[in-house]
Design a protein around this ligand. Structure first.
Ligand code: GTP
Ligand code: MG
Length: 371
């Protein structure tokens, strides 16, 4: 994994890059000035010049100091499930997200302006809490998954009762299956003439989603995003599903979690909505987030208020990163700004080395093609 740019190595040894390239050729290695060479090759060629390469191994894990979940001896407490809504075009994903957000957040705040931060946490009538990712659709889900971020605990599959199972419904089912995430079915548009929930149950049973009423274990809820009917029941059923999953987290440790959304704000710099997975994120915490470091200068919750801390499954917008991370990047609170900078610096360097290696491979290929 250790690598160094050829030009850099030559410089440190006080020899010309060309001399090194020639020496490498002698060793059977074709290299260009910009190319990164691995530790073993560097040692070989350095030995030719009577130099010794020392492996300055970088203990990123030690600095990050993240306790693996299975070794966490802290108190684990139930935490809200994180839910993504998926379904076919026009079946009502956005309408459902809107009706849930409006009835559960905006109405409760006198004159409150609900800020869009990419995720929000709602309280159900029975006092339970659920976190919704405010990005309906498969793109976000798959993008996160491809980055190795499994942040969704439950998928709500929306199917319009007057339309039935469609291609993207099946796609959503396959995504949820591949991720091993349980599905709660929301049979939407029940207010419409021609709504046929039995047909939805039948069609979904052909995709291994068998309703409880029919002896299966999948929860189906009939809803209307238009009238609001069934929404409270849907939320309670999501909580029921969450109970089965026994979602637990330790709030009493350094925070880790994932980036849900990010952007560059003219006034505030890099802004990211993150979802805390473990621990508690606090104002002032030094953090590493993807390739970037920083420390939390401000945290804003889903209702637009500044907060001092955010526990497990809480979405917050953070300000204070030196650069804009990508959705799906992991963040980790670390011990000091210095550690954060060192880790991010190392990651950035690795990233550059990777890009350079790619470029020089492409250049070499071009060279051969032109021969
Ligand atoms: P895309 O983002 O395009 O994939 O669609 P979507 O799944 O987000 O659907 P959206 O919420 O935009 O709803 C599509 C249309 O269906 C809109 O005209 C909604 O007003 C309507 N609609 C959504 N839910 C209901 C419902 O429960 N009843 C009725 N009658 N109309 C609904
Ligand atoms: Mg939509």
């Amino acid at each position: 994994d250790e690598a160094i740019e050829l030009a850099e190595l030559a410089k440190r040894m006080g020899i010309k890059a060309n001399e090194m390239i020639v020496k490498l050729m002698g060793l059977g290695v074709m290299a260009t000035v910009n190319q990164t060479i691995d530790y073993d090759t560097a040692s070989l060629v350095a030995a030719e010049f009577d130099f010794e390469v020392e492996k300055a191994s970088f203990e990123e894990d030690a600095l990050l100091n993240v306790v693996p979940e299975e070794e966490d001896t802290g108190t684990l407490e139930a935490c809200p499930p994180v839910v993504t809504i998926m379904g076919h075009v026009d079946h009502g994903k956005t309408s459902l997200l809107d009706v849930i957000r409006e009835s559960k957040i905006t109405s409760g705040e006198a004159g409150g302006i609900t800020q869009h931060i990419g995720a929000y946490n709602v309280e159900t009538p029975n006092g339970g809490r659920i976190t919704f990712l405010d990005t309906p659709g498969h793109a976000a889900f798959t993008a996160m998954r491809s980055r190795g971020a499994q942040i969704t605990d439950i998928v709500i599959l929306v199917v319009a009762a007057d339309d039935g199972v469609m291609p993207q419904t099946v796609e959503a089912i396959n995504h949820a299956k591949a991720a091993g995430v349980p599905v709660v079915v929301a049979v939407n548009k029940m207010d419409k003439v021609g709504a046929d929930p039995d047909r939805i149950m039948r069609e979904l049973s052909e995709h291994d989603l068998l309703a409880e009423d029919w002896g299966g274990n999948v929860i189906f809820v009939k809803v209307s995003a238009k009238t609001g009917k069934g929404i409270d029941e849907l939320l309670e059923m999501v909580l029921l599903q969450a109970e089965v999953l026994e979602l637990r987290a330790n709030a009493d440790r350094k925070a880790t979690g994932y980036v849900v959304e990010s952007r560059l704000d003219i006034g505030r710099g890099a802004v990211a909505t993150v979802l805390v997975k473990q621990g508690t994120l606090r104002d002032g915490d030094p953090v590493v987030c993807g390739l970037h470091s920083g420390h939390i200068r401000a945290m804003i919750d889903d209702s637009g208020s500044r907060v001092e801390s955010a526990g497990p499954s809480t979405p917050v917008e953070i300000v204070g990163l030196a650069g804009v991370p990508d959705a799906g990047d992991e963040f980790v609170a670390v011990a000091s700004d210095k550690d954060a900078k060192q880790i991010a610096g190392h990651r950035m360097q690795k990233q550059r080395a990777k890009e350079l290696a790619k470029k020089s491979r492409a250049n070499l290929q071009k060279m051969f093609e032109n021969l």
